[in-house]
Design a protein around this ligand. Sequence first.
Ligand code: ZN
Length: 109
Amino acid sequence: MSFDNQGKHPAWFREWQKKFYNSKKWKKVRDDVRDEKKMRCEKCKKLIRGIAIVDHVIELNVDNYTDESITLNKENTELLCLPCHNRKTFGSNEIDKFDVDEKRNVNLF
Ligand SMILES: [Zn+2]
């Protein structure tokens, strides 16, 4: 999952991502994963109280986005708390700016 990768992917793909993350099929997978993992972060093993992000292990890209065995496969997801997700996606230097969003309790997906 990537919601802040301006420049990394072409515009049409970012549009596809927006549609995908709003699709019923994805939301079902996402909700199932949150349920099955009982809201526990797979990295820090803490109970997630804020935003629980269902992240793709193999990141979606222009080559694999039509492959539902990647996009909608629970085996290709992990449940992360926001700090762990940001550490993974943006590196530790970028965490501060996303803490602001957490305090506002912005629902990313
Ligand atoms: Zn965590």
